[in-house]
Write a protein that binds this ligand. Structure first.
Ligand code: ADP
Ligand code: MG
Length: 320
C-alpha cells in the first residue's frame, strides 16, 4: 500500500492536468498553489462536495466518479461566465486501493482536460469516501453573470434538454433496465455532465442573470426570481424534453424530471429579447422556456396560459 505522499505524487501530481502553466504559477507540492490573475479580472471560486451513498452510489465506477466530481464543480464556473483556471481536490478515502485510484485519477484527468482546468492542490485523508472539489476561474471585473440581474421583459432560457440525468437515476441505482442505446445515453448524462463553459463565456455582457441547474429547474429558477426581485413564468409546452427519457419513463416522468429532477448541469439564464436571434444563428444551444415578469416566484403555465400546479420543486438536503 502506498503512503499518503507517494499516493499524491503517483496519482495526482503526475497527472497531465497537474502541470503548471497559464495562470497557475505554482501547482502541487508546496503549502499553497500560486495563481496570477490578469489585471482587470476577478477570481471566481466555488466548492462542491460529493459524499458516497448520498451523491453517488457506493460502490461505483471510479473513472466515472472522477469525471462527474469535476464536471459538477466546473459547472458553477459556467454559471458565472468564468474562464476555468484550476481546481483543488480534497479526498477522503477508506483505503488506498491502487486500481481504484488509477481509474479515478484517469476520469478526473479526462474531465480536467475537457474543461481546461489544472489540478493545483488538495488534501488526502483516510475516512469514508467523499470528494470535495474547489474550482477557480477568472472573469473580467464586473462581467460575471450573477443571479440578481434579471429584468422584467427578458426571456427565460436554458442551454439544452432537461431532466435526462435525473431520469437516469433508476438506471444508475440499477432499479430499472432500458434498451442498450437508451441506457447508454441517459447514463452518460448522469455520469459525464458537460459543463457549459463556452456558452457561459459567450453570454457575458448579454444575459442579465444566470446559474447552472443543479437542484432542478423550478428550484434554481426560484433563486434567480428571488435574487432579482422578479417573477419567472415557465411555459410547460416549451420545455425541451428528452425523447429517450420519454420512451424510457413516459411523458409525465420526463416532465417531472425536467422541472424538479436536478443534476442537469445546464445553464438557465435571462436574456433581453434582442440578444436571442444572433446567439441562435451562431449555433449556441439557447432554448426559450418562458419570460421574466413583475412579481415574485416561479409559475408554470400551459399553452392556454393557465397556471399548472406543481407539487415537487427540487432537491433540498435538509427538507424532510
Ligand atoms: P500540507 O500538509 O502542507 O497541507 P499536504 O501534505 O496535505 O500539505 O499535501 C502536499 C501537497 O500535495 C500540497 O501541495 C497539496 O496541495 C497536494 N495534495 C494533497 N492531496 C492532494 C490531492 N488529492 N490532489 C492533488 N494535490 C494534493
Ligand atoms: Mg494536508
Amino acid at each position: 500500500m502506498l503512503g499518503e505522499f507517494e499516493l499524491i505524487r503517483h496519482y495526482f501530481a503526475a497527472a497531465a492536468c497537474a502541470r503548471a502553466g497559464g495562470e497557475v504559477v505554482l501547482g502541487i507540492g508546496d503549502d499553497c498553489a500560486l495563481l496570477q490573475i490578469p489585471s482587470g479580472e476577478q477570481l471566481a471560486v466555488s466548492t462542491d462536495t460529493l459524499v458516497a451513498g448520498v451523491h453517488f452510489p457506493d460502490p461505483c465506477n471510479p473513472f466515472l466518479l472522477g469525471q462527474r466530481a469535476l464536471a459538477v464543480a466546473a459547472s458553477d464556473l459556467a454559471g458565472m461566465a468564468a474562464t476555468p483556471i484550476g481546481f483543488t481536490l480534497a479526498l477522503s478515502l477508506p483505503s488506498g486501493d491502487p486500481l481504484w485510484l488509477a481509474e479515478f485519477a484517469r476520469g478526473l484527468d479526462a474531465m480536467a482536460l475537457d474543461c481546461s482546468l489544472r489540478l493545483i492542490g488538495g488534501d488526502t485523508t483516510r475516512g469514508p469516501l467523499s470528494l470535495t472539489v474547489t474550482v477557480f476561474g477568472r472573469v473580467p471585473s464586473g462581467q460575471a453573470l450573477v443571479r440578481s440581474g434579471a429584468q422584467v421583459g427578458d426571456l427565460l432560457c436554458v442551454g439544452g434538454v432537461l431532466g435526462e440525468a435525473a431520469g437516469a437515476l433508476p438506471l444508475v441505482l440499477r432499479q430499472a433496465e432500458a434498451d442498450a442505446h437508451v441506457a447508454e445515453h441517459l447514463l452518460a448524462r448522469y455520469w459525464s455532465p458537460q459543463p457549459q463553459l463556452a456558452l457561459g463565456e459567450v453570454l457575458r455582457g448579454k444575459a442579465t442573470a444566470a446559474l447552472d441547474i443543479s437542484d432542478g429547474l423550478l428550484a434554481d429558477c426560484g433563486h434567480i426570481a428571488k435574487a432579482s426581485g422578479v417573477a419567472l413564468q415557465i411555459e410547460r409546452d416549451r420545455l425541451p424534453l428528452s425523447e429517450p427519457l420519454r420512451r424510457f419513463a413516459g411523458d409525465a416522468e420526463a416532465l417531472r424530471c425536467a422541472l424538479a429532477g436536478g443534476d442537469d448541469y445546464l445553464l438557465a439564464f435571462t436574456l433581453p429579447p434582442a440578444e436571442l436571434a444572433p446567439l441562435q444563428a451562431a449555433g449556441w444551444p439557447v432554448q426559450v422556456i418562458g419570460r421574466v415578469m413583475a412579481g415574485e416566484g416561479v409559475q408554470l403555465i400551459d399553452a392556454a396560459g393557465n397556471e399548472v400546479p406543481v407539487s415537487e420543486r427540487g432537491y433540498n438536503h435538509f427538507n424532510a
